[in-house]
Design a binder for this molecule. Sequence first.
Ligand code: AHG
Ligand code: MN
Ligand code: MN
Ligand code: MN
Length: 325
Amino acid sequence: MTTFVDLTAWLAAEPADAALTDVVQTIAATCARISRVVASGALSGSLGAAGSINVQDEEQKKLDVITNDMLSEALKACGPVAGLASEEMEEVEPTGRVGGYLVTFDPLDGSSNIDVNVSVGTIFSVLPAPAGHAPVEADFLRQGRDQVAAGYAVYGPQTMLVLTLASGVNGFTLDAEGRWLLTHRAIAIKADTAEFAINMSNQRHWAEPVRRYIDGCLRGKDGPRGKNFNMRWVASMVADVHRILMRGGIFMYPWDAREPDKPGKLRLMYEANPMSLLVERAGGKAIGDGGDILDVQPTRLHQRVPVALGSANEVEAVRAEMRAG
Ligand code: AHG
Ligand code: MN
Ligand code: MN
Ligand code: MN
């Protein structure tokens, strides 16, 4: 029988300090608990709306609130965490400690899929905390390249944790005893793909470059991309990005004219940045409006960005369209 390395043993062999290891273990343990709440669905009364609106102007689901509370409580109790920020919280929350790390998270990604029993997830990003003072919002506003760890848990047919620390991307599967076992080593995204993921219902609202790129895919073998494309859209970023890490593809959530003043739907600090780090570390690319997402200098905690990420050659094709204007 195959024996698997567990997350604790794997972390011990990584060049991460004890404090960072503690933060990652805390997040992983909380995601394991979240997985049980998600799996219990109607049995625990956790489906449906919470009856509140979050800072994003979205209707919160009960699970958005429950998972946010679970992660917040666990991270506040985790010694090396100086501050946290979440999709579901208006302001950053200092923990009262100084130094160590900051954590930003999307506690429940794919809210629209909760009530229909389709994969959802949790996304997280770890940044260094400032030395010498309790963190304020400005301390969180660091480029994605400054992340010291990033990852997600996907609550699907299997619950998996996909993680990057100093280098490489590795995937762990949750077993029945609640242990994360290394099942996917050195995940790599192939450079070529014939599968795209985008919400096609927004097509009429896109800008010209995105329209041209997708039109090229839809024209298939005789079009500019020279091959026939398949399309997938789970509507949980975690699940769509997980598919891309497993078998390649391109995922896009571009700017669109429904909300012209917003650069996109997805949030930089706890969706785009952690996913972009994972994708780049796996050999893929991640761009916003033409530049790399990881180079964006954030100016606001909840800022949004357009996103195109995945297989390098397709992301470069999108970038070329954006440059052509
Ligand atoms: P969240 O549930 O954390 O608010 O994020 C939802 C995001 C993302 O997971 C997904 O890719 C996208 O919204 C789906 O958007 P559409 O409903 O427009 O397809
Ligand atoms: Mn949301
Ligand atoms: Mn999300
Ligand atoms: Mn969310």
